[in-house]
Design a protein. Structure first.
Length: 313
């Protein structure tokens, strides 16, 4: 029995090929990174993941990416801590409270923010934001709470805190735009039913609207986290670019590096095959972190949807 070559069959095959291309791209990237990092992984083994030294001197090479893994997680976590509440607040205001005269231009402004190149954010952070943060946030916090390790050190403005703040600003358009669409998709009947039993606007938003759209909002947060984890240029310009044990995060007000900034700073100038392999290995670690984040997010969203559907595990 032969299958007729119809338009539907052709479309089905093309759609399957296009969908499979995403998996193929990921596999090709993984293959390139694995083969490129074989040398450094074979030389240092697990010490590559747990080591803190980064010494490219030929004959005394030592490469460890632990400080840069922690730096990536620290700046990304700080970006979420600052950026997500602002983003959700913007989305709630645009959908639930803003008059039409404000809603449309403000929505365009938020979306326009996503089109600003990262290097522009980096330049702005380096020449403008850095000094504001230093004078009005870091120095006051350091003088009053400097006894806490998180706020210790000598504030300079080019550090983990400034990098996290820049990332927070950069993820706001993504998280706010997706959250706005999620909140807009909440049926009006849910709001009307809540108002009908005497709920206030705050109660409706908190207990009904956000609860109904929490899986979509969580997805928006994960998109923002992905942007923060992989951001390179803006972070490289404002994080201070410390190397080796000096990059180990011990305070928000100390310079450091992330995995993307480490690769951007050194890969093209790496003189030896072992050092080049170390930078490729750092890329492999970054890919693994991104995959783990997305897998965990998918599992959590799936569980939330099952609970909402009544299939509580």
């Amino acid at each position: 029995m032969t299958t007729k070559l119809t338009g539907d069959n052709i479309f089905r095959v093309l759609a399957a090929v296009i969908a499979a291309s995403a998996a193929v791209i990921i596999l090709i990237n993984a293959y390139v990174l694995v083969t490129g990092s074989t040398l450094v992984l074979g030389t240092f083994g697990l010490d590559f993941l747990t080591g803190t030294s980064w010494n490219p001197v030929v004959g005394r090479e030592a490469f460890g990416v632990l400080p840069y893994i922690l730096g990536t997680l620290l700046t990304s976590g700080l970006a979420l801590l600052i950026g997500v509440p602002l983003s959700i607040g913007i989305a709630i205001f645009l959908v639930e409270m803003a008059p039409k005269a404000v809603k449309v231009p403000l929505s365009y402004l938020v979306e326009l923010l996503a089109a600003v190149p990262s290097v522009i954010f980096g330049l702005w952070g380096l020449f403008v934001l850095r000094f504001w943060v230093l004078d009005y946030i870091e120095k006051p916090l350091n003088s009053t709470l400097g006894w806490i390790p998180l706020f210790s050190g000598t504030p300079f403005g080019l550090d983990y805190f400034t990098a996290g703040l820049i990332l927070a600003i950069m993820i706001i358009p993504t998280v706010a735009s997706v959250s706005k669409e999620v909140i807009s998709a909440v049926p009006d009947s849910i709001r009307e039913g809540a108002y009908g039993i005497g709920a206030t606007k705050w109660e409706v938003i908190r207990h009904w609207v956000l609860s109904y759209g929490r899986s979509g909002i969580f997805g928006a947060v994960i998109l923002g986290l992905g942007r923060a984890v992989g951001e390179t240029m803006a972070v490289t310009m404002v994080i201070g670019n410390a190397i080796g044990p000096n990059a180990m995060p011990s305070s928000l007000f100390e310079p450091g590096q992330t995995l993307p900034s480490l690769i951007a700073n050194g890969f093209l100038e790496a003189p030896s095959p072992l050092e080049k392999s170390a930078y490729v290995g750092a890329g492999l670690v970054l890919l693994m972190i991104s995959l783990i984040i997305n897998i965990v997010a998918h599992v959590m969203v799936t569980r939330v949807l099952k609970v909402k559907g009544g299939a509580v595990e």
